[in-house]
Design a protein around this ligand. Structure first.
Ligand SMILES: [Fe+2]
Length: 311
């Protein structure tokens, strides 16, 4: 019988597991699939080592955690639109956005976020695979929403209750109202029109805290694409969001994943925030990501809520 070996990623963290032995044969074993599924629910992030590096294997591993779903933005680059639904490409190229942090130019940098914040329907999880590993940077960082919630100053944590946050697909950093690093500078905007087209685009709404079926409360707020609070886009609303976010960043305990050949990384997007630390613009970096459907933690559209109130 196939078996996998599980270890904590880091003894000092509340989340994360490192797994070896993930092979095709192992994934055909119902007991192994069940173990991986409950491991993701329990630990939030799984780093699989020495996995066969094919799209087929990435999809097979993804399906352990739920059915794949199509990515909600049609124009996002696909690995293979016909044969690999929902597998998207995140790559550096001449069109990429370049930022500078502490004087260092970075490509494929992204601030802390949860994927699909701009959508009403949340994706449960994703499997990442590095196609071209950047040697200078290019780490993926993860932080646990349960740990953040538990460790926040209770006075600030109380401000999360009942707070519904707006997001859309305008992801330009010069429009981001909080959560950019100190000594941040936008060098070159991403060379596509997605953000511009969504400047006044439809907003999704996501509660800043949610309760898992297992009872833990999860901090769930991010600065990326944030457009304010439901019913309040004032400067005061952004000041409150910035205050909460600063506290979250102060307490968060981060795992930085350094990519190795053979890695596949899975995270629970309803619990764990992630960040791309960016890499040297002289180097190529390419990651493929699947999109796994789930039932939990969905938001709603702002205009739908308004229509309901008016009706
Ligand atoms: Fe992401």
């Amino acid at each position: 019988m196939a078996s996998i070996e599980v270890q904590p990623l880091d003894e000092s963290l509340s989340f994360g597991a490192r797994v070896t032995g993930v092979t095709r044969e192992a994934l055909d074993d119902e007991a192994v699939r069940a173990k991986l599924k409950s491991l993701l629910e329990d630990r939030g992030v799984i780093v699989c080592k020495n996995v066969e590096q094919t799209a087929d294997m990435q999809v097979k591993l993804s399906k352990v955690f739920g059915p794949l779903k199509e990515h909600p933005v049609y124009t996002v680059t696909r690995a293979d639109r016909d044969n690999l639904p929902g597998v998207i490409v995140i790559a550096s190229g001449p069109e990429s956005c370049i930022v500078e942090i502490d004087g260092q130019p970075l490509v494929t940098w992204q601030p802390w976020h949860f994927d699909h914040a701009y959508n009403n329907e949340m994706m449960y999880a994703a499997v990442l695979r590095s196609i071209k590993i950047a040697r200078d940077g290019g780490r993926t960082a993860f932080a646990d929403g349960i740990q953040i919630y538990n460790d926040m100053d209770p006075a600030i944590r109380a401000k999360l209750e009942g707070l519904n946050v707006l997001y859309n697909l305008d992801l330009r950093y010069d429009k981001q109202r909080f959560g950019l690093p100190k000594n941040f500078r936008l060098v070159k905007q991403h060379d596509n029109s997605l953000s511009e087209e969504n400047e006044n685009g439809r907003c999704s709404v996501h509660p800043a805290v949610w309760t898992r079926p297992t009872g833990e409360k999860v901090f769930r707020l991010c600065p990326y694409g944030c457009r304010g609070i439901e019913g309040d886009r004032s400067d005061e609303a952004f000041a409150l969001l910035a205050e909460i976010w600063e506290e979250a960043e102060r307490v968060m305990k981060v795992y930085y994943h350094e990519w190795d050949e053979g890695d596949m990384v899975i995270w629970d997007n309803t619990r764990v925030l992630h960040e791309a630390t960016g890499s040297n613009p002289e180097e190529e970096r390419e990651i493929h990501r699947t999109t796994i459907k789930g039932d939990l933690c969905h938001g709603w559209w702002e205009d739908e809520a308004e229509a309901e109130t008016a009706a």
